[in-house]
Design a protein around this ligand. Structure first.
Ligand SMILES: NC(=O)c1ccc[n+]([C@@H]2O[C@H](COP(=O)([O-])OP(=O)(O)OC[C@H]3O[C@@H](n4cnc5c(N)ncnc54)[C@H](O)[C@@H]3O)[C@@H](O)[C@H]2O)c1
Length: 374
């Protein structure tokens, strides 16, 4: 397949792009606006593949998206472009409304126009996979300690949408648009709602990399409130594999919840990371690292618990996560210890300043109107 991936320079998008190039024979066009969260150094391992291309464009720019669809002629589109950081959405929701809602609308319209121009067989094969989050469902109560194992409530594909943050609300709105474009226009869409991801190449503003890098620098490890908020953690490579599985075998119009069956409180995750760092980096100035844990004022509207019932994707598509939380945490800590240069260039902004010189390959034989480098 020829797959157009939006947001492929981000944390999860780059994992999808690396997976597609390393593990499949599909061709990839990575379309990314390169906001602060987009980093071409996260796709450096595949940048030289003849099956990989990059174009810098905004999913909300209808003309640019139209051009890229016409040039690349994809068999499928995977939409991972988004504003994704909850705290940033609380400080300013405008970019979230623009990219997550308006951008998704523009992409849907341009994909619908492109799909409408395909022949019948190609129309039948075409898929648009929209990647979303479990945060659209709002918060779950903490499990009743009296209830037996397996009795705790989980998010299913039928759970009601009750988003708490501006980020979650913008993702919920986009999900509704995607469903409407399927029901109204017959566009063959797929929708996935996934739990919290972690792993290599995640930006240091998110919990796990922030904790690892602060701990190594001997700096405080901020934990919101009492740290008892529970998240269902999924290793990012498991998510990438799930998305490709849904793309290849999912039922058009269907929703798939994706999760790792790995519920753990934020405080427990931070403590696990500290234990791993004590073992793997005993010479660091922060040792023993748990002494750096600092409780800070809670985030407004902070959801108490998320947990996913991933039964559908497991039963119908045969997907299961390969990593447990403990094996994934160890891989993650080792990756950050081994990739200090990637982290340093994100932290000091070099990954953005030096973008002009970054390798960007044009579509063969074409001069797209969309600039391929900033
Ligand atoms: N990170 C998680 O834990 C998680 C969990 C479930 C779902 N998701 C969803 O997965 C998707 C990817 O998340 P992520 O963590 O990789 O995010 P990210 O912030 O790391 O990456 C987003 C990417 O999108 C690009 N982008 C932003 N606005 C754009 C625009 N208008 N046009 C084109 N590109 C644009 C950015 O440059 C960046 O490369 C998002 O839709 C997010 O809602 C994330």
């Amino acid at each position: 397949m020829r797959i157009l991936v939006t947001g492929g320079a981000g944390f999860i998008g780059s994992a999808v792009v690396r997976h597609l190039i390393h593990e499949t024979s599909h061709e990839v066009l990575n379309v990314d606006r390169l906001t602060y969260a987009g980093n071409l150094e996260s796709v450096a391992p595949v940048a030289d593949s003849p099956r990989y291309r990059f174009a810098q464009a905004d999913i909300g720019d209808a003309a640019a998206v139209r051009d890229l669809l016409a040039q690349f002629r994809p068999d499928a589109v995977m939409n991972l472009a988004a504003e994704s950081h909850v705290d940033r959405s609380i400080d300013g929701a405008g970019a979230f409304v623009q990219t997550n809602i308006v951008g998704t609308y523009v992409l849907l319209e341009e994909v619908r126009r492109y799909w409408g121009g395909l022949d019948e067989a190609a129309q039948g094969r075409f898929r648009l996979l929209h990647v979303s989050t479990d945060e659209v469902y709002g918060a779950l109560p903490m499990p009743d300690p009296e209830a037996g194992p397996g009795q705790a409530p989980l998010f299913t594909e039928a759970s009601r949408y009750q988003p708490s943050s501006p980020y979650a609300a913008s993702k919920a709105a986009a999900d509704h648009l995607v469903q409407a474009w399927h029901r109204t226009y017959g566009l063959p869409t797929l929708l996935t709602n996934c739990s919290n991801n972690y792993g290599p190449y995640q930006f240091p503003e998110k919990l796990m990399p922030l904790v690892i890098l602060n701990a190594l620098a001997g700096q405080p490890l901020p934990v919101y409130g009492d740290g008892q908020q529970v998240r269902d953690w999924l290793y990012v490579a498991d998510h990438a594999r799930a998305l490709v599985r849904v793309l290849e075998a999912g039922e058009p119009g269907a929703v798939y919840n994706i999760g790792g069956h790995n519920e753990r409180s934020n405080l427990a995750v931070v403590r696990s990371l500290c234990r791993l760092l004590d073992e793997l980096a005993p010479e660091s100035p922060g040792y023993p690292h748990a002494g750096l844990i600092t409780f800070v004022e809670d985030r407004p509207g902070h959801d108490q618990r998320y947990a996913i019932d991933a039964g559908r994707i497991e039963r119908e598509l045969g997907w299961a996560p390969a990593e447990t939380l403990d094996s994934g945490l160890e891989k993650t800590v080792r990756w950050y210890l081994d990739n200090g240069e990637w982290c340093r260039r994100v932290q000091d902004g070099a990954y953005r300043r030096e973008r002009l010189g970054a390798p960007a390959s044009a579509l063969p034989g074409q001069q797209p109107r969309t600039p391929l480098a900033e």
